[in-house]
Design a protein around this ligand. Sequence first.
Ligand SMILES: Cc1cc2nc3c(=O)[nH]c(=O)nc-3n(C[C@H](O)[C@H](O)[C@H](O)COP(=O)(O)OP(=O)(O)OC[C@H]3O[C@@H](n4cnc5c(N)ncnc54)[C@H](O)[C@@H]3O)c2cc1C
Length: 398
Amino acid sequence: MVVTDAKVANPTSNDAGGGICLALSAAQAAARQEFQRFADEHIVPFAGEWERQRRVPDSFISLLKERGYLGANLPKEVGGGGMEPITYGLLTEQLGRGCSSVRSLLTVHDMATVAIARWGSPAVKQEILPRLASAEAVAAFGLSEPNVGSDAAAVETTAVRQPDGSYLLNGHKKWITYGEIADYVLLLARCEDQPTAFVVPATAEGFSRVPLNNFMGTAASRVTQLLFKNCRIPADHLLGRIGVGVSHVFSMALDHGRYSVAWGSVGIAQGCLDACLSYAEARIQGEGKRLMEHQLIRRLLTEMTVSTRAARLLCLRAGYLRQIEDPGALPETLIAKYAASRAATNAANAAIQLHGANGLSDDYPVARFLRDSKVMEIIEGSSQIQQTTIAGLPLLDY
Ligand SMILES: Cc1cc2nc3c(=O)[nH]c(=O)nc-3n(C[C@H](O)[C@H](O)[C@H](O)COP(=O)(O)OP(=O)(O)OC[C@H]3O[C@@H](n4cnc5c(N)ncnc54)[C@H](O)[C@@H]3O)c2cc1C
């Protein structure tokens, strides 16, 4: 089931302002149950093995497509699932609870596709967008380079306009999630010395990939380096116009990415809490007591419960603001991502502590949760970048 009650005010919302009730609608609650069952059946039992293999298998990616989960947030008119933001967030949380490498496919595909849907030329919207929205093809997000991370405007990859109107690309993108299987890449390049966005088909001549297998966290997400050597793309593959690559195209994609990562981080925190509750019930230590009976263990669980719930509420709020297309959605999404990614790391760290030596082994999921949670504090704007940004933003006063 895909819930498509886009723009239906959360029945719970108070449009008169002054506060938002964040309970789920019946359709959203039913969708969440469905996503939870999907994650429990198809992801949770396999996530550890996928991490060891450093690969979410193609067969599972096909299943995600069949279920309509990839591109679910894209409007129906362009071939997407038309899922409204809160339901989409609930889906993302459940995928993140199961496996962050799965959630990251949804994140990068959807962040590239929303930007292409908004900024693509008529030809791109006709030929490429429907394939992406329906997930027949997969998109990757190509910003980072060996010398370019948090400061996107410093992009070094070049795009030079040719006499026939086409563009010639030269450069090196690093850390590209699912770059190994992407059919299209949303690419940031320097054109006429200004950051500019393009969509690049993986079939373009001069495009090649080198998988990266030497990092910790979301290790199964097929992270790849992309090389562009005199790679020629047609004029109409420029997105927006020259110079608006960061200010418009990539900032829109990153806003979506932060929303997705925020919910995925809530999923990690919830996964830690679930693992800890069951371990604390089963493990007997100290005068024959269950861990759960020790006060300091209860304190760890309390902290984890409260911060997970707080992060989820921030995500729901950001989702509601997105649903009503309130401009406050952007800063509130930043806050949600900042809080949720920190909550995930704190929860994972505490979860290992609570599990003792078992927490450091592959027999339990919590060490993987810690590896994955660190990624959440680095991607789509690191915690440091958010610490310097949120302070100056105009925020809603409730
Ligand atoms: C698993 C994984 C998947 C990824 N997938 C993708 C992808 O699909 N596409 C893509 O384009 N990129 C991807 N990235 C790259 C990611 O976006 C970058 O790692 C991120 O933007 C940070 O850049 P950096 O790692 O170069 O760190 P840097 O920008 O070099 O920062 C290093 C440190 O300095 C801090 N710092 C930087 N600037 C400032 C500042 N102004 N003030 C204070 N502190 C600062 C940072 O917070 C960080 O702690 C991925 C990364 C990982 C780990």
